[in-house]
Design a protein around this ligand. Structure first.
Ligand SMILES: [Zn+2]
Length: 363
């Protein structure tokens, strides 16, 4: 009996391992940057070691700078006569000022690495398609001004440690959010239709499709890594992120109206549309992320009505289906789900769905 149990347990463990991801952490940039800023006597060899790390090169790319400028910014930490205002964006002075604090935080993350991996896997493993193994590296950086980013590569993302206010839960939730984006890409290339529409001179529908993909991708990642469910009062990064987006809670109607109007305009008047500002207004932190918020509200409503399995289904479908279903739901139960898109928005979504039928089917 006991032997059978062990067998079952091992089989379960092995299958769970096969289906899930291998989550690795790369501490090299954070550790070496700390070593540099806390050692006034550090020599050229230490500096070269830091500059040549792949993780440092990634930060360099994100900051759109070169290794000569980065080197000068690092040197200016120990020699203020070398300092130029343009080095502020590297954040090295702030890292140096908080070095002890950041060192403790880095040690905490290293010590809790296994529990971090466990928590993230527990939340996401069931979304990974059976038989798929997903290797992902989380690279912890010190410097720069971003809390998290990717460089287009599917299996690596970067976390700006100094932005997290020593909040371990914040790191965990960021990992969940970003890894969910990796999982989304396992199911389908959501942007392929946007590209095809563009190639067929359906620029307006291409804009619309592109934004609906983001609405789904960000909304579902927000739903999976739901900051509203974090109750720990010491989670300072989480609290700050929630405060920043909280404004959307009392202007939900306006958020859906804004998205409706902006995307209708982009679809019907593509020649007068600028994709960069359009994206930025809907999905940028500086604009309180209305697109993230609306997407979250939509996923939450559909899962509340039809169960969490719905999210699994939407991962496999084009995001226009997700938006269509939300529109239908708000029409069916307007009291329960009062935040609706406009009628003209519904029209363009239906037109988009007709356009997509003319394109070759996706796998
Ligand atoms: Zn995201």
């Amino acid at each position: 009996m006991r032997f059978t149990l062990i067998l079952i347990a091992s089989a379960f463990f092995l299958s769970a391992k096969c289906q899930s991801f291998q989550l690795n952490f790369d501490f090299s940039n954070a550790a070496q940057t700390l070593r540099w800023v806390t050692s006034p006597d550090a020599d050229e060899i230490e500096l070269k070691k830091l500059l040549e790390l792949p993780s440092t090169k990634a930060l360099q790319k994100k900051l759109r700078t070169d290794s000569v400028t980065m080197r000068q910014a690092l040197l200016s930490v120990h020699d203020s006569s070398l300092y130029k205002p343009e080095y502020a964006r590297f954040g090295y002075r702030l890292v140096a000022a908080r070095a002890n604090d950041l060192g403790r935080f880095l040690t905490e993350i290293k010590e809790r690495e296994d529990s971090l991996r466990f928590e993230v896997e527990k939340a996401l493993a069931h979304f990974v398609p059976k038989g798929t193994s997903l290797p992902v590296t989380v690279t912890l950086l010190l410097g720069g001004n971003s809390s998290g980013f990717t460089l287009g590569g599917d299996n690596i993302f970067y976390v700006g440690l100094q932005q997290y206010k020593n909040d371990f839960i914040g790191i965990r939730e960021t990992c969940k959010h970003e890894l969910f984006h990796n999982i989304q890409r396992l199911y389908r290339d959501h942007f392929s239709y946007s590209d095809q529409l563009d190639q067929h001179d359906k620029t307006g529908y291409a804009y619309l499709h592109f934004m609906l993909v983001h609405l789904f991708q960000e909304g579902s990642a927000e739903y999976v890594a739901d900051l509203r469910k974090v109750t720990d009062p010491n989670a300072l990064y989480v609290r700050e992120a929630r405060n920043q987006a909280a404004v959307n809670d009392y202007r939900s109607e306006e958020v859906f109206y804004l998205i409706s109007k902006m995307l209708y305009e982009a679809t019907k008047f593509p020649d007068q549309t600028k994709q960069g500002p359009l994206y930025s207004i809907l999905f940028d932190w500086n604009w309180n992320n209305p697109g993230y918020y609306a997407g979250y509200v939509m996923v939450k409503a559909l899962c509340a009505e039809y169960g969490d399995n719905r999210l699994m289904e939407y991962l496999q479908k084009d995001p226009s289906e997700f938006v269509y279903d939300y529109i239908q739901l708000t029409k069916k139960h307007p009291e329960k789900y009062p935040f609706a898109f406009t009628e003209e928005f519904e029209t363009i979504v239906n037109e988009l769905r007709e356009e997509l039928k003319k394109l070759p089917a996706q796998k």
